[in-house]
Ligand binder design. Sequence first.
Ligand code: ATP
Ligand code: MG
Length: 443
Amino acid sequence: MKWAIRSSPDYPVHPQILQPRIIPRSEHCISRKQISPNALRVLYRLHEAGFGAYLVGGAVRDLLIGGAPKDFDVATSATPDEVRHLFRNCRLIGRRFRLAHVVFGPEIIEVATFRASADDGSGDREIDNGVLVRDNVYGSIEDDAVRRDFTANALYYAIEDFSVRDFVGGYDDVMARRLRLIGDPEERYREDPVRMLRAVRLSAKLGFTISPEAAEPIPRMAGLLADASSARLFDESLKMFMSGHGVPSLRSLEANGLLPVMFPDAADALAADGSGQCRALMIEGLRNTDLRVTEDKPVTPAYLFAALLWPAYAQELARMLDEGADLAVAEQRAADRVTLRQTERIGIPRRFSVPMHEIWFLQSRFPLRQRKRVFRLRQHPRFKAAFDFLELRATVVPELMSECEWWRDTLELDDTSLSERLDKQAAPSAGRPRRRRRGGRRS
Ligand code: ATP
Ligand code: MG
Protein backbone atom coordinates (compact mmCIF):
# COMPACT_ATOMS: atom_id res chain seq x y z
CA MET A 1 0.00 0.00 0.00
CA LYS A 2 1.28 3.47 -0.86
CA TRP A 3 1.05 6.16 1.73
CA ALA A 4 1.26 9.44 -0.07
CA ILE A 5 0.59 11.94 2.66
CA ARG A 6 -0.66 14.80 0.63
CA SER A 7 -0.50 18.55 0.71
CA SER A 8 1.78 18.68 3.68
CA PRO A 9 5.35 18.95 2.46
CA ASP A 10 6.60 18.93 6.04
CA TYR A 11 5.69 15.29 6.47
CA PRO A 12 7.59 12.49 4.76
CA VAL A 13 5.57 10.01 2.77
CA HIS A 14 6.62 6.64 4.10
CA PRO A 15 5.60 5.43 7.54
CA GLN A 16 8.97 3.88 8.28
CA ILE A 17 10.64 7.25 8.11
CA LEU A 18 7.90 9.36 9.64
CA GLN A 19 9.35 11.73 12.20
CA PRO A 20 6.76 13.00 14.61
CA ARG A 21 6.25 16.61 15.26
CA ILE A 22 6.23 16.88 19.02
CA ILE A 23 4.00 19.57 20.47
CA PRO A 24 5.22 20.04 24.06
CA ARG A 25 2.82 20.53 26.95
CA SER A 26 3.60 24.25 27.04
CA GLU A 27 2.34 24.66 23.47
CA HIS A 28 -0.97 22.85 23.57
CA CYS A 29 -4.06 23.21 25.70
CA ILE A 30 -4.67 19.63 26.87
CA SER A 31 -4.57 19.34 30.62
CA ARG A 32 -4.80 16.11 32.61
CA LYS A 33 -7.77 17.61 34.45
CA GLN A 34 -9.83 17.23 31.29
CA ILE A 35 -8.97 13.56 30.87
CA SER A 36 -11.10 10.89 32.50
CA PRO A 37 -9.37 9.69 35.69
CA ASN A 38 -9.92 6.10 34.56
CA ALA A 39 -8.18 6.76 31.24
CA LEU A 40 -5.29 8.34 33.17
CA ARG A 41 -5.13 5.26 35.39
CA VAL A 42 -4.85 3.02 32.34
CA LEU A 43 -2.22 5.24 30.72
CA TYR A 44 -0.07 5.36 33.85
CA ARG A 45 -0.29 1.63 34.51
CA LEU A 46 0.77 0.81 30.94
CA HIS A 47 3.59 3.34 31.06
CA GLU A 48 4.85 2.06 34.42
CA ALA A 49 4.90 -1.46 32.99
CA GLY A 50 7.25 -0.21 30.29
CA PHE A 51 4.79 0.08 27.40
CA GLY A 52 4.10 3.05 25.18
CA ALA A 53 0.78 4.57 26.32
CA TYR A 54 -1.11 7.29 24.52
CA LEU A 55 -4.50 8.88 24.46
CA VAL A 56 -5.55 8.86 20.82
CA GLY A 57 -8.20 9.65 18.27
CA GLY A 58 -11.36 11.63 18.88
CA ALA A 59 -10.51 12.50 22.48
CA VAL A 60 -7.25 14.30 21.59
CA ARG A 61 -8.94 16.06 18.68
CA ASP A 62 -11.89 17.15 20.81
CA LEU A 63 -9.73 18.37 23.70
CA LEU A 64 -7.61 20.44 21.31
CA ILE A 65 -10.68 22.32 20.16
CA GLY A 66 -12.05 22.73 23.67
CA GLY A 67 -14.71 20.05 23.31
CA ALA A 68 -15.75 17.35 25.76
CA PRO A 69 -14.79 13.91 24.42
CA LYS A 70 -17.49 11.30 24.70
CA ASP A 71 -14.98 8.52 25.16
CA PHE A 72 -11.27 8.17 25.82
CA ASP A 73 -9.39 5.69 23.68
CA VAL A 74 -5.90 4.49 24.46
CA ALA A 75 -3.27 3.19 22.03
CA THR A 76 -0.37 1.15 23.32
CA SER A 77 2.59 -0.98 22.34
CA ALA A 78 1.29 -3.73 24.68
CA THR A 79 -0.49 -6.63 22.99
CA PRO A 80 -4.08 -7.39 24.04
CA ASP A 81 -2.83 -10.29 26.18
CA GLU A 82 -0.27 -8.06 27.87
CA VAL A 83 -3.01 -5.54 28.58
CA ARG A 84 -5.20 -8.26 30.03
CA HIS A 85 -2.45 -9.31 32.41
CA LEU A 86 -2.07 -5.74 33.65
CA PHE A 87 -5.74 -5.12 34.40
CA ARG A 88 -8.03 -7.39 36.32
CA ASN A 89 -11.06 -5.48 35.06
CA CYS A 90 -10.22 -6.19 31.43
CA ARG A 91 -11.91 -8.19 28.71
CA LEU A 92 -10.82 -8.78 25.15
CA ILE A 93 -13.32 -8.18 22.41
CA GLY A 94 -13.65 -8.10 18.62
CA ARG A 95 -12.46 -10.27 15.82
CA ARG A 96 -11.93 -7.70 13.12
CA PHE A 97 -10.10 -5.46 15.55
CA ARG A 98 -8.96 -7.29 18.67
CA LEU A 99 -9.28 -4.79 21.49
CA ALA A 100 -9.02 -4.66 25.24
CA HIS A 101 -11.81 -3.08 27.23
CA VAL A 102 -10.83 -1.96 30.70
CA VAL A 103 -14.05 -1.64 32.62
CA PHE A 104 -14.61 0.87 35.43
CA GLY A 105 -18.29 0.56 36.32
CA PRO A 106 -20.18 2.35 33.57
CA GLU A 107 -17.02 3.69 31.92
CA ILE A 108 -15.07 1.57 29.47
CA ILE A 109 -11.60 2.58 28.37
CA GLU A 110 -10.81 1.02 25.01
CA VAL A 111 -7.18 -0.01 24.71
CA ALA A 112 -5.92 -0.86 21.23
CA THR A 113 -2.52 -2.23 20.35
CA PHE A 114 -0.67 -0.25 17.66
CA ARG A 115 -1.64 -1.68 14.31
CA ALA A 116 0.39 -1.89 11.15
CA SER A 117 -1.01 -0.57 7.92
CA ALA A 118 1.02 -2.78 5.61
CA ASP A 119 0.01 -6.32 4.78
CA ASP A 120 2.80 -8.55 6.03
CA GLY A 121 1.36 -11.60 4.31
CA SER A 122 0.59 -13.34 7.59
CA GLY A 123 -3.08 -13.45 6.77
CA ASP A 124 -3.87 -11.48 9.90
CA ARG A 125 -4.70 -8.52 7.76
CA GLU A 126 -7.17 -9.38 5.05
CA ILE A 127 -7.93 -7.17 2.12
CA ASP A 128 -10.77 -8.48 0.04
CA ASN A 129 -11.17 -6.70 -3.29
CA GLY A 130 -9.56 -3.58 -1.85
CA VAL A 131 -11.77 -3.74 1.24
CA LEU A 132 -10.25 -4.14 4.65
CA VAL A 133 -11.99 -7.01 6.43
CA ARG A 134 -9.65 -7.90 9.28
CA ASP A 135 -6.83 -5.96 10.82
CA ASN A 136 -4.82 -7.64 13.54
CA VAL A 137 -1.21 -7.02 12.52
CA TYR A 138 0.47 -5.16 15.31
CA GLY A 139 3.00 -2.49 14.50
CA SER A 140 4.69 0.70 15.59
CA ILE A 141 3.04 3.93 16.60
CA GLU A 142 3.93 5.34 13.16
CA ASP A 143 2.14 2.43 11.51
CA ASP A 144 -0.79 2.99 13.80
CA ALA A 145 -0.99 6.67 12.91
CA VAL A 146 -1.12 6.17 9.15
CA ARG A 147 -3.79 3.47 9.23
CA ARG A 148 -6.22 5.90 10.86
CA ASP A 149 -8.71 7.80 8.75
CA PHE A 150 -8.23 11.55 9.14
CA THR A 151 -5.10 13.38 10.22
CA ALA A 152 -7.15 15.07 12.95
CA ASN A 153 -7.89 11.60 14.36
CA ALA A 154 -4.26 10.49 14.41
CA LEU A 155 -2.83 12.59 17.23
CA TYR A 156 -1.26 10.92 20.27
CA TYR A 157 -1.14 12.44 23.74
CA ALA A 158 1.83 10.86 25.53
CA ILE A 159 1.46 10.25 29.24
CA GLU A 160 5.24 10.18 29.72
CA ASP A 161 5.75 13.89 28.98
CA PHE A 162 2.22 15.21 28.25
CA SER A 163 3.24 16.12 24.70
CA VAL A 164 1.12 15.61 21.60
CA ARG A 165 2.80 13.49 18.89
CA ASP A 166 1.82 14.21 15.31
CA PHE A 167 2.99 11.96 12.47
CA VAL A 168 0.71 13.15 9.69
CA GLY A 169 0.12 16.88 10.07
CA GLY A 170 -3.00 16.44 12.17
CA TYR A 171 -2.23 19.21 14.64
CA ASP A 172 -2.29 21.93 11.98
CA ASP A 173 -5.41 20.40 10.49
CA VAL A 174 -7.21 20.46 13.83
CA MET A 175 -6.16 24.08 14.29
CA ALA A 176 -7.47 24.84 10.79
CA ARG A 177 -10.68 22.85 11.55
CA ARG A 178 -10.04 20.59 8.55
CA LEU A 179 -10.61 16.89 7.86
CA ARG A 180 -7.88 15.57 5.63
CA LEU A 181 -7.60 11.89 4.78
CA ILE A 182 -4.31 10.14 5.44
CA GLY A 183 -3.05 8.68 2.18
CA ASP A 184 -4.83 8.50 -1.13
CA PRO A 185 -8.54 9.35 -0.58
CA GLU A 186 -9.91 7.00 -3.24
CA GLU A 187 -7.86 4.12 -1.93
CA ARG A 188 -8.89 4.82 1.66
CA TYR A 189 -12.58 5.02 0.73
CA ARG A 190 -12.38 1.83 -1.28
CA GLU A 191 -10.68 0.11 1.63
CA ASP A 192 -13.52 1.19 3.94
CA PRO A 193 -16.44 3.12 2.39
CA VAL A 194 -17.78 4.01 5.85
CA ARG A 195 -14.98 6.58 5.98
CA MET A 196 -17.08 8.70 3.59
CA LEU A 197 -19.83 8.69 6.15
CA ARG A 198 -17.37 9.48 8.91
CA ALA A 199 -16.15 12.48 6.92
CA VAL A 200 -19.70 13.76 6.68
CA ARG A 201 -20.54 12.98 10.30
CA LEU A 202 -17.39 14.43 11.80
CA SER A 203 -17.58 17.59 9.68
CA ALA A 204 -21.17 18.09 10.87
CA LYS A 205 -20.34 17.35 14.47
CA LEU A 206 -17.17 19.39 14.71
CA GLY A 207 -17.91 22.13 12.20
CA PHE A 208 -14.76 21.10 10.31
CA THR A 209 -14.48 21.42 6.55
CA ILE A 210 -13.73 18.31 4.54
CA SER A 211 -10.57 19.04 2.55
CA PRO A 212 -11.23 19.27 -1.21
CA GLU A 213 -9.16 16.10 -1.89
CA ALA A 214 -11.22 14.15 0.63
CA ALA A 215 -14.56 15.64 -0.44
CA GLU A 216 -14.19 15.33 -4.19
CA PRO A 217 -14.42 11.53 -4.54
CA ILE A 218 -17.38 11.13 -2.15
CA PRO A 219 -20.30 11.67 -4.56
CA ARG A 220 -18.52 9.53 -7.15
CA MET A 221 -17.81 6.70 -4.73
CA ALA A 222 -21.02 6.95 -2.68
CA GLY A 223 -22.38 3.79 -4.31
CA LEU A 224 -19.75 1.70 -2.46
CA LEU A 225 -21.69 2.29 0.74
CA ALA A 226 -24.45 0.07 -0.62
CA ASP A 227 -22.13 -2.89 0.04
CA ALA A 228 -21.19 -1.83 3.57
CA SER A 229 -22.69 -3.83 6.42
CA SER A 230 -26.19 -2.56 7.10
CA ALA A 231 -25.65 -2.97 10.85
CA ARG A 232 -22.58 -0.75 10.71
CA LEU A 233 -24.49 1.83 8.70
CA PHE A 234 -27.23 1.76 11.32
CA ASP A 235 -24.65 2.43 14.06
CA GLU A 236 -23.16 5.28 12.05
CA SER A 237 -26.57 6.78 11.40
CA LEU A 238 -27.36 6.70 15.12
CA LYS A 239 -24.11 8.53 15.82
CA MET A 240 -25.07 10.99 13.13
CA PHE A 241 -28.63 11.65 14.22
CA MET A 242 -28.72 10.88 17.92
CA SER A 243 -25.83 12.86 19.28
CA GLY A 244 -27.07 16.39 18.88
CA HIS A 245 -25.89 17.09 15.34
CA GLY A 246 -28.71 15.66 13.28
CA VAL A 247 -29.57 18.80 11.29
CA PRO A 248 -26.03 19.53 10.06
CA SER A 249 -25.55 15.80 9.43
CA LEU A 250 -28.57 15.62 7.12
CA ARG A 251 -27.41 18.74 5.28
CA SER A 252 -23.90 17.35 4.94
CA LEU A 253 -25.19 13.96 3.73
CA GLU A 254 -27.19 15.77 1.09
CA ALA A 255 -24.43 18.17 0.08
CA ASN A 256 -21.94 15.33 -0.34
CA GLY A 257 -24.27 13.11 -2.34
CA LEU A 258 -24.63 10.38 0.30
CA LEU A 259 -28.34 10.78 1.03
CA PRO A 260 -29.56 8.69 -1.95
CA VAL A 261 -27.47 5.72 -0.89
CA MET A 262 -28.27 5.99 2.83
CA PHE A 263 -31.95 7.02 2.70
CA PRO A 264 -33.13 6.56 -0.89
CA ASP A 265 -36.79 7.27 -0.10
CA ALA A 266 -35.99 10.37 1.89
CA ALA A 267 -33.72 11.60 -0.92
CA ASP A 268 -36.50 11.02 -3.49
CA ALA A 269 -39.02 12.85 -1.29
CA LEU A 270 -36.69 15.82 -0.96
CA ALA A 271 -35.98 15.87 -4.69
CA ALA A 272 -39.72 16.06 -5.46
CA ASP A 273 -40.53 18.40 -2.59
CA GLY A 274 -42.06 21.38 -4.39
CA SER A 275 -43.67 22.90 -1.30
CA GLY A 276 -40.68 22.36 0.96
CA GLN A 277 -42.93 20.54 3.47
CA CYS A 278 -40.99 17.28 3.44
CA ARG A 279 -37.74 19.06 4.11
CA ALA A 280 -39.31 21.16 6.85
CA LEU A 281 -40.71 18.04 8.54
CA MET A 282 -37.40 16.16 8.45
CA ILE A 283 -35.37 19.14 9.62
CA GLU A 284 -37.83 19.93 12.39
CA GLY A 285 -37.81 16.29 13.54
CA LEU A 286 -34.02 16.29 13.65
CA ARG A 287 -33.95 19.68 15.37
CA ASN A 288 -36.30 18.41 18.10
CA THR A 289 -34.02 15.43 18.64
CA ASP A 290 -30.91 17.61 18.69
CA LEU A 291 -32.53 19.84 21.27
CA ARG A 292 -33.52 16.92 23.47
CA VAL A 293 -29.96 15.58 23.30
CA THR A 294 -28.62 18.96 24.41
CA GLU A 295 -31.10 18.96 27.28
CA ASP A 296 -30.12 15.41 28.23
CA LYS A 297 -33.63 14.13 27.57
CA PRO A 298 -34.17 10.63 26.20
CA VAL A 299 -34.44 10.27 22.44
CA THR A 300 -35.49 7.36 20.29
CA PRO A 301 -34.43 6.39 16.79
CA ALA A 302 -38.07 5.37 16.14
CA TYR A 303 -39.21 9.02 16.12
CA LEU A 304 -36.31 10.05 13.97
CA PHE A 305 -36.73 7.36 11.35
CA ALA A 306 -40.47 8.02 11.46
CA ALA A 307 -39.75 11.63 10.45
CA LEU A 308 -37.19 10.81 7.74
CA LEU A 309 -39.45 8.20 6.16
CA TRP A 310 -42.85 9.82 6.76
CA PRO A 311 -43.14 11.43 3.30
CA ALA A 312 -42.42 8.09 1.65
CA TYR A 313 -44.92 6.34 3.92
CA ALA A 314 -47.60 8.99 3.40
CA GLN A 315 -47.18 8.79 -0.35
CA GLU A 316 -47.28 5.01 -0.39
CA LEU A 317 -50.37 5.04 1.85
CA ALA A 318 -52.21 7.56 -0.33
CA ARG A 319 -51.48 5.44 -3.38
CA MET A 320 -52.86 2.32 -1.77
CA LEU A 321 -55.98 4.09 -0.52
CA ASP A 322 -56.55 5.42 -4.03
CA GLU A 323 -56.40 1.87 -5.26
CA GLY A 324 -59.25 1.13 -2.85
CA ALA A 325 -57.42 -0.72 -0.10
CA ASP A 326 -58.87 -0.80 3.38
CA LEU A 327 -57.14 1.72 5.67
CA ALA A 328 -55.67 -0.82 8.09
CA VAL A 329 -54.36 -2.99 5.29
CA ALA A 330 -53.00 0.00 3.38
CA GLU A 331 -51.21 1.34 6.47
CA GLN A 332 -49.53 -1.96 7.21
CA ARG A 333 -48.52 -2.53 3.60
CA ALA A 334 -47.21 0.98 3.08
CA ALA A 335 -45.17 0.78 6.28
CA ASP A 336 -43.78 -2.64 5.37
CA ARG A 337 -42.77 -1.52 1.90
CA VAL A 338 -41.01 1.64 3.06
CA THR A 339 -39.26 -0.21 5.87
CA LEU A 340 -38.16 -3.04 3.62
CA ARG A 341 -36.63 -0.61 1.13
CA GLN A 342 -34.86 1.25 3.91
CA THR A 343 -33.50 -1.83 5.67
CA GLU A 344 -31.85 -2.93 2.45
CA ARG A 345 -29.47 -0.05 3.20
CA ILE A 346 -29.56 0.52 6.93
CA GLY A 347 -30.51 -2.37 9.17
CA ILE A 348 -33.13 -0.82 11.44
CA PRO A 349 -33.69 -3.35 14.23
CA ARG A 350 -37.29 -4.38 14.88
CA ARG A 351 -37.24 -2.79 18.30
CA PHE A 352 -37.18 0.54 16.44
CA SER A 353 -39.12 -0.26 13.27
CA VAL A 354 -42.12 -1.62 15.20
CA PRO A 355 -42.60 1.58 17.26
CA MET A 356 -41.95 3.61 14.10
CA HIS A 357 -44.88 1.83 12.47
CA GLU A 358 -47.05 2.43 15.53
CA ILE A 359 -46.24 6.14 15.48
CA TRP A 360 -47.36 6.21 11.84
CA PHE A 361 -50.50 4.11 12.32
CA LEU A 362 -51.74 6.19 15.24
CA GLN A 363 -51.72 9.34 13.11
CA SER A 364 -54.98 8.33 11.42
CA ARG A 365 -56.63 7.86 14.85
CA PHE A 366 -56.19 11.42 16.06
CA PRO A 367 -59.13 12.88 14.09
CA LEU A 368 -61.53 10.34 15.61
CA ARG A 369 -63.40 11.71 18.61
CA GLN A 370 -65.77 8.91 19.59
CA ARG A 371 -65.40 8.34 23.30
CA LYS A 372 -64.25 4.74 22.97
CA ARG A 373 -61.63 5.63 20.39
CA VAL A 374 -60.32 8.61 22.30
CA PHE A 375 -59.83 6.52 25.42
CA ARG A 376 -58.30 3.67 23.52
CA LEU A 377 -55.82 5.95 21.79
CA ARG A 378 -54.91 7.63 25.04
CA GLN A 379 -54.08 4.28 26.61
CA HIS A 380 -51.96 3.12 23.73
CA PRO A 381 -48.36 2.61 24.89
CA ARG A 382 -47.13 4.65 21.92
CA PHE A 383 -49.64 7.48 22.41
CA LYS A 384 -47.14 10.06 23.65
CA ALA A 385 -44.65 9.34 20.88
CA ALA A 386 -47.44 9.48 18.30
CA PHE A 387 -48.70 12.76 19.76
CA ASP A 388 -45.19 14.24 19.58
CA PHE A 389 -45.18 13.19 15.96
CA LEU A 390 -48.56 14.82 15.35
CA GLU A 391 -47.12 18.01 16.80
CA LEU A 392 -44.19 17.69 14.44
CA ARG A 393 -46.53 17.32 11.47
CA ALA A 394 -48.54 20.30 12.65
CA THR A 395 -45.47 22.54 12.47
CA VAL A 396 -45.48 22.06 8.70
CA VAL A 397 -49.19 21.44 8.07
CA PRO A 398 -51.06 24.27 9.82
CA GLU A 399 -54.44 22.56 9.27
CA LEU A 400 -53.39 19.99 11.86
CA MET A 401 -52.96 22.67 14.51
CA SER A 402 -56.49 22.54 15.94
CA GLU A 403 -56.37 18.75 16.19
CA CYS A 404 -53.07 19.06 17.92
CA GLU A 405 -54.44 21.60 20.39
CA TRP A 406 -57.45 19.44 21.16
CA TRP A 407 -55.24 16.54 22.08
CA ARG A 408 -52.77 18.72 23.95
CA ASP A 409 -55.67 19.96 26.10
CA THR A 410 -56.57 16.39 26.99
CA LEU A 411 -53.08 15.48 28.19
CA GLU A 412 -53.61 16.95 31.64
CA LEU A 413 -57.15 15.60 32.09
CA ASP A 414 -58.00 12.57 34.16
CA ASP A 415 -60.53 10.09 32.75
CA THR A 416 -63.56 11.75 34.40
CA SER A 417 -62.68 15.24 33.18
CA LEU A 418 -61.99 13.92 29.71
CA SER A 419 -65.31 12.13 29.75
CA GLU A 420 -67.09 15.36 30.72
CA ARG A 421 -65.30 17.22 28.01
CA LEU A 422 -66.35 14.67 25.41
CA ASP A 423 -69.96 14.93 26.67
CA LYS A 424 -69.90 18.69 26.26
CA GLN A 425 -68.46 18.48 22.80
CA ALA A 426 -70.95 15.85 21.75
CA ALA A 427 -73.92 17.91 22.98
CA PRO A 428 -74.16 20.66 20.32
CA SER A 429 -74.11 18.17 17.51
CA ALA A 430 -76.79 15.93 19.07
CA GLY A 431 -79.55 15.23 16.65
CA ARG A 432 -77.36 16.00 13.65
CA PRO A 433 -76.54 13.03 11.46
CA ARG A 434 -73.07 11.71 12.24
CA ARG A 435 -70.56 12.18 9.52
CA ARG A 436 -68.36 9.30 8.81
CA ARG A 437 -64.77 10.45 9.03
CA ARG A 438 -61.88 9.38 6.96
CA GLY A 439 -60.20 6.58 8.79
CA GLY A 440 -63.50 5.51 10.30
CA ARG A 441 -63.39 2.48 8.10
CA ARG A 442 -60.92 0.97 10.43
CA SER A 443 -62.47 -1.50 12.78
P1 ATP B 1 -16.37 10.36 17.90
O1 ATP B 1 -16.08 11.61 18.62
O2 ATP B 1 -17.62 10.42 17.15
O3 ATP B 1 -16.24 9.13 18.77
P2 ATP B 1 -13.95 9.35 16.81
O4 ATP B 1 -13.00 9.91 15.80
O5 ATP B 1 -13.43 9.17 18.19
O6 ATP B 1 -15.24 10.26 16.80
P3 ATP B 1 -14.44 6.53 16.85
O7 ATP B 1 -15.39 5.74 16.03
O8 ATP B 1 -14.58 6.58 18.31
O9 ATP B 1 -14.51 8.00 16.25
O10 ATP B 1 -12.99 6.03 16.44
C1 ATP B 1 -11.83 6.27 17.22
C2 ATP B 1 -10.61 6.45 16.31
O11 ATP B 1 -10.37 5.26 15.56
C3 ATP B 1 -10.75 7.56 15.29
O12 ATP B 1 -10.42 8.81 15.82
C4 ATP B 1 -9.77 7.12 14.21
O13 ATP B 1 -8.45 7.42 14.58
C5 ATP B 1 -9.92 5.61 14.23
N1 ATP B 1 -10.93 5.13 13.28
C6 ATP B 1 -12.25 4.96 13.50
N2 ATP B 1 -12.88 4.49 12.41
C7 ATP B 1 -11.94 4.36 11.46
C8 ATP B 1 -11.94 3.91 10.12
N3 ATP B 1 -13.06 3.53 9.53
N4 ATP B 1 -10.76 3.92 9.44
C9 ATP B 1 -9.61 4.31 10.04
N5 ATP B 1 -9.55 4.74 11.29
C10 ATP B 1 -10.67 4.77 12.02
MG1 MG C 1 -14.50 8.18 19.78
